[in-house]
Design a binder for this molecule. Structure first.
Ligand code: HEC
Length: 120
């Protein structure tokens, strides 16, 4: 009986550590690493600057005109206001997954980066 309890405990622990070890996919990495600056709506510096530059879709999501090589170069080297990402922060595969997500995903609803202050 004790043996069974220990075994089932081990099974539960094993399942937990497996869940934790799972890597975020393209959509999750986009949310973690890019959305703060690139989601649609006011307060997102990436979206605002790309709008000034006249890009067809200022938010990255849903942009079909970007090449993977260009996006990779921007993410690795940064671009004016955008900080670069090291391979330890995002691998080449993870950048490719973000790219695939950006091309196929529907734009999220307009989300202000910071909630509007409530009137006193
Ligand atoms: C700290 C804010 C910030 C973060 C985080 C950020 N970006 Fe940017 N990004 C910008 C800004 C600002 C620009 C516009 C460049 C400029 O004019 O300064 C930009 C430009 C770009 C461009 C160029 C688009 C074009 O039309 O030329 C790509 C591609 C891009 N970002 C992809 C990403 C990806 C992918 C991520 C996540 C891994 C990301 N960015 C994270 C701020 C950010």
């Amino acid at each position: 009986m004790k043996k069974l309890a220990v075994l089932s405990l081990l099974a539960v622990l094993g399942a937990c550590s497996k869940a934790n070890a799972e890597k975020p996919d393209g959509a999750e990495n986009y949310v973690l690493k890019c959305a703060g600056c690139h989601n649609p709506g006011p307060g997102h510096p990436g979206t605002m600057l790309l709008k000034q530059l006249g890009r067809p879709v200022p938010a990255l999501i849903g942009r079909k005109d970007l090449e993977l090589d260009y996006l990779k170069a921007v993410v690795r080297q940064g671009l004016i206001e955008m900080p670069p990402f090291r391979p330890t922060e995002l691998s080449d595969d993870e950048i490719a997954e973000i790219y695939a997500y950006i091309k196929d995903a529907k734009p999220p609803a307009q989300t202000p980066a910071m909630p509007a202050k409530e009137a006193p």
